[in-house]
Design a protein around this ligand. Sequence first.
Ligand code: ADP
Length: 189
Amino acid sequence: MNLILFGPPGAGKGTQAKILVDKFKIVQISTGDMLREEVNARTDLGKVAKLIMDSGDLVSDEIIMSMIEKRICKSDCEKGFILDGFPRTLKQAVDLGEILENLNKKINKVIEINVDEELLIERIIQRAKESNYNRGDDKTEILKNRIFVYRKDTLPVLKYYKEREILNTINGMQNIEKVTKDILELLKL
Ligand code: ADP
């Protein structure tokens, strides 16, 4: 089972992805986590990525696609994977389609975790307060930019999957357990 978890910053994608990983024994592929590993390891890529991430902008499609291409052909993806935080641009979605086609794989479902903007802002501010150290990108000043970028670059991805009839929307404004329950219900079908 290959899934995409889709939603704005602070929607709870990471939390739900981890629950699904445990339950279905599939792997989570988070481009945000992969980038943060590069930043912490102080690689050249990490140095470039840090500046961009700290401003709330998106890292280039080229960097992201080369990371994803390498990751997705690893053998631990055979049983299935959850993409978390990717694709974030239309170009990434289209390129992903090609990569998967070449590997004879496909995305079974895209799960959108839908959250009101007001609640999102509240959540991200809270997260920024709790841990400011590893998530320099959560500073409240750049919050607006992240949401702006989401609207401009990432929302078109939703339309792309809607047209392909694999988009499913879950109400993310419920407690964690209820969101999980709704996702599991959806995966039974
Ligand atoms: P969140 O879960 O809060 O939405 P992520 O951890 O997924 O954030 O991503 C943090 C930052 O890493 C993004 O703001 C962006 O700069 C960069 N990033 C992560 N994934 C991608 C992607 N698919 N394309 C471009 N940039 C990305």
